[in-house]
Design a protein around this ligand. Structure first.
Ligand SMILES: Nc1ncnc2c1ncn2[C@@H]1O[C@H](COP(=O)(O)OP(=O)(O)OP(=O)(O)O)[C@@H](O)[C@H]1O
Ligand SMILES: [Mg+2]
Length: 633
């Protein structure tokens, strides 16, 4: 293929000429108006810019035959009506400076001209304070007096009548209607104080009354579930404020159809923003699940360029990093706080969220140094309470009575594990945390263990069921992450190194990663050409199988370039490690161990989901239990 004109194409060449005005408009319209929903979007932008409080959308045949949008905004003065239809005519900006700080939805002065080029358009408007209303026919330019109150109605008929090729691309009326409704919904979610109604072929199809709160509008325009299955987001930092709601991981869907992001009230699809959201969910959502969210970014208009895309769906931030961080942290913070109630299985009633209760700092009760990995651990530590025990030992009578959470400061003692010295006096110093009511312990007090898998606990709402492996895995994972953020994971030398017969790849990886392994709290060195020795493991994982841990870490490291793996694949790596360190199913726990796990969950960020996004616990309310037994109260 040659870029040079052949004699043949030379002969066909046309001279350079200016295009006729109408064609210019039609080309320009192609950029802005793709389908009826694009017209709806532009007309709603205009109505909102005019200060409307009530907007009525009327459609016929999916918007192809008719789109009429009526508002009660400021209106257009009679003498400006014809100007409004001209290209590049706007009341919203007048200078470059205005453009750079624009706060209105519109500013290009193109929408009405574009629509007028590809459809039959008329505007009826009464300007605030004017004597009467006027209607302008876009085709003929005829202006005549009509009757209506303050505000504007724009009617668009026979979309693409002049550009039949375009019309062929339209889908069925039902599909086009759905797109139109979605366009209205996007505006409605941005402006809860404005009432919206949508009529199609004479029937009311949607109505969202003016709402006083954003949550109310989200519930009306999306669903009640959207609100109950999401948490409030609110974060202000520097010039950026992020508010709205982010769905709990449980509410994620296979399609990203409930994802709404607004920048200064404008619905946008932006790479920086969606990447920030994805990275905030990275830790709690697995695979290709799509979180639900409605997020609103407020930023100084001078820091964002909205003049990037003809339909204004894209924006460009002056400082993308600043925005990325703000969004990511806002969501992470919101998701991090454990919640009592999101997991209310069937009742669907929103429950108040709770803040994690910090455990008392003097909680030496939980650090009875009864095994040699206890020294690095914090208060209320689950593993620290958990000497290497056998199943038989777990059946021994508990030294701490199961009612201890209710008895407040009742002293509590811990047994030293069999075979370990108890010369530290830890038992004498042990006291339980000061808690006298259920509020301090949102996950309640442990009652029993079921099938070696679930912990059953009682709180003020009823029964709490905890998947102990999933919950513990999250706790271990969060702890490893915090340590690695700090610099490196603290490691625990093994008294007797664990050796294992290794593959040549494992030996090679261990050698290549000799510098990386210590940051992960691991020491793995060649013992012989075919044997590796695990000499130290992360203290947090000291209860697990060191060989299994070493093997899976080496396998993962082997897949990546050793020098970058800790940065790039950090979370997967830690997640693998956590899985190995977490308590296995079928392990018998004492009531104290169960309670310690519950307290740790309350104090751990994101403890509502395991690392794979599955829930770690569920609440069954008394009402649900009553329903199960058809017990009226
Ligand atoms: N519903 C309305 N109420 C009051 N004035 C309106 C309304 N619709 C349009 N106008 C006026 O007509 C002008 C032209 O509207 P148009 O949508 O073509 O351009 P714009 O909104 O200024 O910019 P953009 O092309 O970015 O939408 C607006 O600047 C506004 O002054
Ligand atoms: Mg406009």
């Amino acid at each position: 293929m040659s870029a040079l004109p052949t004699p043949n194409s030379l002969s066909e060449r046309r001279p350079i000429r200016e295009l006729p005005d109408e064609l210019i408009s039609q080309i320009a319209a192609g950029e802005v108006v793709e389908r009826p929903a694009s017209v709806v979007r532009e007309l709603l932008d205009n109505a909102l810019d005019a200060g409307a409080r009530q907007i009525t959308v009327r459609l016929a045949s999916g918007g192809v035959r008719l789109i009429s949008i009526e508002d009660d905004g400021l209106g257009i003065p009679r003498e400006e009506l014809t100007v409004a239809l001209r290209r590049h005519a706007t009341s919203k900006i007048a200078s470059l400076n205005d453009l750079e700080t624009v706060g209105t939805m519109g500013f290009r002065g193109e929408a009405l001209a574009a629509i007028n080029a590809i459809a039959e358009l008329s505007i009826l408007s009464r300007f605030a304070g004017a004597d009467g209303a006027f209607s302008l026919d876009g085709r003929t330019g005829e202006l005549r007096p009509v009757a209506r109150s303050t505000g504007t109605t724009v009617e668009v008929r026979e979309l693409f009548f002049a550009t039949p090729a375009r019309r062929k691309f339209l889908k069925t009326d039902a599909t086009e209607l759905a797109h139109c409704i979605e366009a209205v919904r996007r505006h409605a979610l941005a402006r809860p104080e404005v009432g919206f109604s949508i009529w199609h072929d004479g029937k009311l199809v949607e109505q969202w009354r003016a709402a006083t709160t954003r949550e109310q509008r989200l519930a009306d325009a999306l669903s009640d579930d959207f609100v109950t299955q999401s948490v409030a987001v609110e974060r202000e930092g520097g010039p950026v404020r992020v508010v709205g709601r982010a769905g709990i991981p449980d509410a994620a869907r296979s399609r990203g159809d409930q994802q709404f992001f607004y920048v200064n009230g404008r619905f946008v699809r932006d790479k920086v923003l969606s990447h920030a959201v994805r990275s905030a969910y990275e830790d709690v959502l697995h695979g290709h699940r799509q979180p639900i969210y409605a997020l609103y970014l407020e930023i100084d208009p001078a820091r964002v360029d909205v003049n990037v895309h003809p339909t204004k769906i894209e924006v460009r931030f002056r400082d993308g990093r600043e925005v990325h961080q703000a969004v990511r942290h806002a969501i992470e913070d919101a998701l991090a706080a454990p919640r009592a109630g999101d997991a209310v299985a069937a009742s669907g009633t929103p429950q108040p969220f709770f803040k994690p209760t910090p455990l008392p700092s003097n909680a030496s009760w939980a650090q009875p140094s009864m095994n040699f990995v206890a020294q690095e651990r914090g208060a209320g530590d689950f593993e620290a309470m958990w000497p290497r025990r056998t199943v038989e030992q777990a059946h021994e009578p508990e030294s701490a009575p199961s009612q201890w959470p209710l008895t407040g400061a009742a002293p509590m003692t811990f047994r030293a594990p069999v075979g370990l010295p108890s010369d530290t006096g830890a038992e004498a110093a042990a006291t339980p945390p000061q808690a006298t009511n259920d509020e301090a312990w949102p996950l309640g007090r442990a009652l029993a263990q079921l099938q070696g898998i679930y912990i059953l606990a009682e709180n003020s709402q009823g029964l709490v069921v905890v998947d102990m492996h999933a919950a513990h895995e999250r706790i271990v994972y969060e702890r490893l992450k915090t340590q690695l953020d700090g610099a490196s994971i603290s490691s625990q030398p093994l008294l007797i190194p664990a050796t294992f017969a290794a593959t040549p790849e494992e030996v090679a990886t261990a050698e290549a990663c000799a510098a990386v392994l210590p940051t992960l709290g691991l020491e793995i060195t060649p013992f012989s050409p075919r044997t590796l020795a695990v000499r130290a493991v992360p203290g947090t994982l000291a209860d697990g199988d060191p060989v299994e841990l070493a093997r899976s870490v080496l396998a993962e490291l082997g897949q990546h370039d050793a020098s970058t793996v800790v940065q790039r694949a950090q979370n997967e790596l830690l997640s693998t490690m956590a899985c190995h360190g977490a308590v296995r199913a079928n392990r018998k726990l004492t009531i104290d161990e169960m309670n310690a796990l519950l307290r740790q969950m309350e104090a751990t960020e994101r403890s509502d989901q395991c690392n794979h996004g599955r829930p770690t616990w569920r609440q069954l309310s008394i009402r649900e239990l009553d329903n199960l037994f058809m017990r009226g109260r």
